[in-house]
Design a protein around this ligand. Sequence first.
Ligand code: HEC
Ligand code: HEC
Length: 497
Amino acid sequence: MSVRGWIAAAVALLAWACAAEPLAPLDAGPGDTGAPDLGGPVTGSIDGGGPDTGPADSGTVTGPIPAYPQRPGDPARGYQVLVNGGYVGCGLPYSAYRQVTGPAPQHLRLPGRNTLNADLPYNFTAFVTSSSVTVANPNCFSCHASVLNGQVVVGLGDSRADFTDDQAAAAELAGFLVMDPKERVEWRKWADRIGAIGPYIQTKVIGANPADNLAAALFAHRDQNTLAWSATPLLEPPPTRPTPVDVPPWWRMKKKNAMFYTVAGRGDHARMMMTASVLCVDSVQQARAIDAEFPDVRAYIASLEAPPFPGPIDPTLAAAGEEAFDTYCSRCHGTYGPDGEYPNLVVDLAEVGTDPELAVGAGYYAERFRNWFNGSFYGELAQLVPVTGYLAPPLDGIWATAPYLHNGSVPDLPTLLDPPSRPTYWSRTFDSADYDLSTLGWRYARSTVGQDGEPNATRRARLYDTTLPGYGNGGHNFGARLTPQERMAVIEYLKTL
Ligand code: HEC
Ligand code: HEC
């Protein structure tokens, strides 16, 4: 391969591979227990006492998460910020990006973009930095949009992004494309940041997202008071092995009182989500300017509706499914339709039984990161207050969101609802056309070996191994009580949400 070919491949890698993905910022990772003023972990079982305690499930519900006032915003402006804004703060000089990347195909472009961004793919944004250099960087959509059956779905978590390679090496390599001295300064800054997070964001399998560890690694390099960058970490960095997370769809935020699977994101959601700027924004003043635009971004996200199921639905079967859902599921997941109610309930880890690593706060949930966040500019309005449990999420648009559970360990709904049938080792093609509308999941192949037994690196990166720490597929046995007929009916009903 030519040098240019190498660099192009490296830049594509930074785009975290699959479609045209990017490299980017993060979101906040959680802490342990937390700042009291925004509501600590909810305790006290409400199980058994409620009027809607179904006969079938035995999950102890820890409790509802309270709502917090949110700063109002304009959704249309928020979309503009998301697709054209410079909230990431730094990036690869655009001239270098252009040397190796052509205009994006039409189906990967977004409406409403400015001239600079008109022909970029949905997951990159070009903008002018404070040093007047035009740069391009992955944006929020690098994780929060995806391609399903050939179409970009804004807000759908990308379950195909590839973090199995070393991002830091790719950022370094891109430097060969940058000649102009001013641009080299920008490239160096960006490559340093990627270099600082690179060791902490390498996952075992494509699709697993390391965003929480990414955030923690960046917190470790910033002065808590001034947000100034430090080349050497000021806090002990997170473990190098990130806990895998499946990116949740944005349209859930309409109903959710707290952000993240562990409900760690309390208080002002806009302030919490602008934590993505922690990659490159180096002063409180800069952070404040970005924060001013994020109530609009939050309002946009809260305005998103789940995409309707694109196939036929059997109304009789779906009606039977609704009945079973009301009996076995709605106590935690709520009811749907015009009078639907969503309870915002956290289920204790002991009860839901899914992989514990995220909820017990291994690594980036550690106290030092929670304290850093809560005592920083970000913590003025938002707080990281995780609990040792998982939120029972709203199931709107669930049809599009496989793989399932917070770590994406279960490929489709029939296996989620029939726990013994879940595959221990499974792989998929990562082709967006390989989504099965009958199982509401990815077509997959079972394997008899795990990652240790797979010598081929390409195949290994596609092999989900549920025996690895953090990647477990146990728990959420609430579908086990369903008869095969009820299970089919519930799946039919879920298509209507
Ligand atoms: C590197 C991938 C990545 C990028 C980039 C990213 N996020 Fe996220 N985001 C995640 C992951 C993973 C989660 C779930 C984390 C968890 O629950 O532990 C998440 C969670 C969220 C949530 C909460 C959703 C829910 O249901 O709880 C919101 C809102 C959000 N992100 C907004 C944003 C915004 C706005 C941006 C850009 C400014 C952004 N994110 C950039 C990966 C990313
Ligand atoms: C005791 C409360 C409880 C009951 C009852 C319950 N669930 Fe859940 N459900 C949860 C929790 C908590 C999670 C998140 C677990 C995780 O991600 O680790 C979840 C996750 C899910 C998910 C995956 C969501 C995603 O983003 O991947 C689906 C689908 C689901 N439940 C469907 C059902 C159905 C169908 C039923 C009834 C048969 C049901 N649940 C019963 C608490 C419950």
